[in-house]
Ligand binder design. Structure first.
Ligand code: PEP
Length: 249
């Protein structure tokens, strides 16, 4: 069996301009020529065409930050998985905590989005993670397991085709990172939960996200169940992003 590659995915969130993207993507493309891991950037939808063109001929993969659970029709403002496919999009983040928090996305909706993505050839990066209040009240395991269970239930035997991102909400954009041990503990329990549903749980990339940066990436990525990173702020600076990519060999 070929060894599983780590995945480093940038989440630009609602950032970027045509000019800034041009410089950032050119630098990333140049910097990942010898990368041993898979590298993706999840960009705002208006920039799909630009990034698709800039990455052409390189190993850089394109990702979206969300996808509709519907494939077509009267859903104003939504972007469908078939539309993503037309722009060469390979990944779609679903269930990011910012969408759960600001757009009221439920576990069931996130699971449906993952299902629609998979049915249309897009790999969902399913985000799960506890809030600070959850952690402080000892509910981390209960919360991430509940979020994951919905996705497993809805996606059945396709579950080994997803990517999971464990993103403790208290670590996102705060500069507070989970320790490698804290992250590994949750990754191991997610792996165990997947293993109860599929014989291929080892194949699933489980990413860590939450203030991963050039300084802490290596120790997080050295953990046995951390198969990559979902990177917010640090993905907007080519040098930082490439240092993380280099740590994921
Ligand atoms: C994210 O938005 O998925 C994320 C991990 O952000 P940051 O790296 O900025 O904490």
């Amino acid at each position: 069996m070929t060894e599983k590659k780590k995945l480093i995915a940038g989440n630009w969130k609602m950032n970027g301009t045509l000019e800034a993207n041009d410089a950032l993507v050119r630098a990333v493309v140049a910097g990942i020529k010898d990368a041993k891991c898979t590298v993706a950037v999840c960009v705002p939808a208006p920039y799909f065409a630009q990034v698709q063109m800039l990455k052409s001929g390189s190993a850089l993969e394109l990702g979206a930050q969300d996808v509709s659970q519907h494939t077509q029709g009267a859903y104003t403002g939504e972007v469908s998985a078939p539309m993503l496919r037309e722009f060469g999009v390979r990944y779609a983040i679903v269930g990011h905590s910012e969408r759960r928090q600001y757009h009221g996305e439920t576990d069931a909706l996130v699971a449906e989005k993952a299902k629609t993505a998979l049915a249309n050839g897009i790999t969902p990066i399913v985000c799960v993670g506890e809030t600070l209040a959850d952690r402080e009240s000892g509910k981390t395991e209960e919360v991430v397991k509940r979020q994951m269970a919905a996705v497993i239930h809805t996606n059945g035997h396709c579950i080994s085709e997803i990517v999971v991102a464990y993103e403790p909400v208290w670590a996102i954009g705060t500069g507070k990172t989970a320790t490698p041990e804290q992250a590994q503990e949750v990754h191991a329990l997610l792996r165990k939960q997947l293993a109860a549903a599929t014989a291929h749980a080892e194949r699933v990339n489980i990413l860590y996200g939450g203030s991963m940066n050039a300084g802490n990436a290596a120790s997080l990525l050295a953990q046995p169940d951390i198969d990559g990173g979902l990177i917010g702020g640090a993905s907007l600076k080519a040098a930082d992003f490439l240092t993380i990519v280099a740590a994921a060999q």
